[in-house]
Design a protein around this ligand. Structure first.
Ligand code: SF4
Length: 301
């Protein structure tokens, strides 16, 4: 088993020196060469990247027992296991879940699950939430960029949300060629199913097929973030669908800046996951940082 932890997690646990961001979730990755070939991913079987990257974050190898004990005595509230779909990942994930039960922390598993039996097994082994990433929105784009069937993945999410209500999450990456309206419709569907949505912005990574593709503008991403926030706070009627497949808003509510906070499972913040240092942040990882940005008038719609 190759287990890695994100650098932010290692800073928090004192295993590496660096700025501590008061993370509430520890991020672990079960690593190996993926059997799938998502064109944007550093772990795809055709990508030529250093395995210690996932998106632009560095993940260092760790020992399972050591990290379990450190997390158990830490202030983390949740552990997120990102499982790469390498041959044999399922057995490693079983073992890891059993081990991490010793931490008594809530556990999220982010995995490209194949069927309901697989999803059910992770819950039986102590997962608090399971995330099945869609990443790419739309049948055609999904099969071209991620491979496989968008509708089958959607069906699995739907069935999982029926058997495990309010315990399923998904990930959506903005900027893969989809329209605003497609993302908003999908988020509405997820909300109706009680599925949480973690939004990310596409980040072209060296060594991947899409290394030269453009990123979404921060302005466009803000609109999608606000749409998600309005949908998940029961105010989707404020979203206006325009004929050119973009979206607008009847009004920007006073609490709109909360939309910029990282979304997904409770306590998930994934700092600096989809931006380079010094650039505007797509997802804001803490309330404190958001307040600073508001004071500096950096939150614009
Ligand atoms: S939303 Fe966050 S905690 Fe949940 S699976 Fe995704 S990365 Fe992990």
């Amino acid at each position: 088993m190759t287990l890695r932890a994100s650098v932010g997690t290692l800073y928090e646990l004192g295993l590496r020196r660096g700025e501590r961001l008061q993370l509430k979730t520890a991020y672990l990755m079960l690593d190996g060469r993926c059997q799938f070939n998502c064109l944007y991913c550093t772990h795809a079987f055709q990508s030529r990247t250093d395995q210690k990257f996932l998106s632009r974050v560095i993940w260092e190898k760790v020992q399972t027992e050591q990290i379990t004990e450190l997390i158990r005595t830490s202030n983390f509230k949740r552990v997120c296991i990102q499982a790469v779909s390498y041959k044999g990942y399922r057995e490693d994930l079983r073992q890891l879940l059993k081990e991490l039960q010793k931490t008594s922390k809530a556990i999220s598993v982010s995995v490209r699950a194949q069927n309901m039996d697989e999803v059910a097994e992770y819950f039986e082994l102590g997962a608090d939430r399971v995330s099945i990433a869609l990443d790419v929105v739309g049948e055609k784009l999904f099969s071209k960029i991620r491979g496989g069937s968008f509708h089958q993945t959607l069906k699995l999410l739907e069935n999982s949300s029926v058997f495990f209500p309010n315990r399923i999450s998904t990930h959506i990456i903005v900027g893969m060629g989809e329209t605003d309206v497609e993302v908003v419709r999908l988020m509405k569907k997820m909300y109706s199913l009680g599925i949480r949505v973690a939004l990310f912005a596409f980040m072209p990574m060296k060594g991947t097929v899409l290394h030269n593709a453009a990123r979404p503008s921060v302005e466009r991403y803000r609109k999608i973030q606000l749409s998600r926030y309005l949908i998940f706070t029961g105010r989707e009627d404020l979203i206006v669908f325009n004929e050119d497949h973009t979206i607008g808003f009847k009004q920007i509510p006073d609490d709109a800046s909360n939309a910029l906070l990282t979304s997904g499972c409770p306590d998930c913040s994934r700092p600096y996951y989809n931006e380079r240092p010094g650039e505007p942040l797509y997802n804001i990882h803490s309330q404190e940082l958001l307040k600073e940005m508001e004071l500096l008038r950096e939150v614009k719609w």
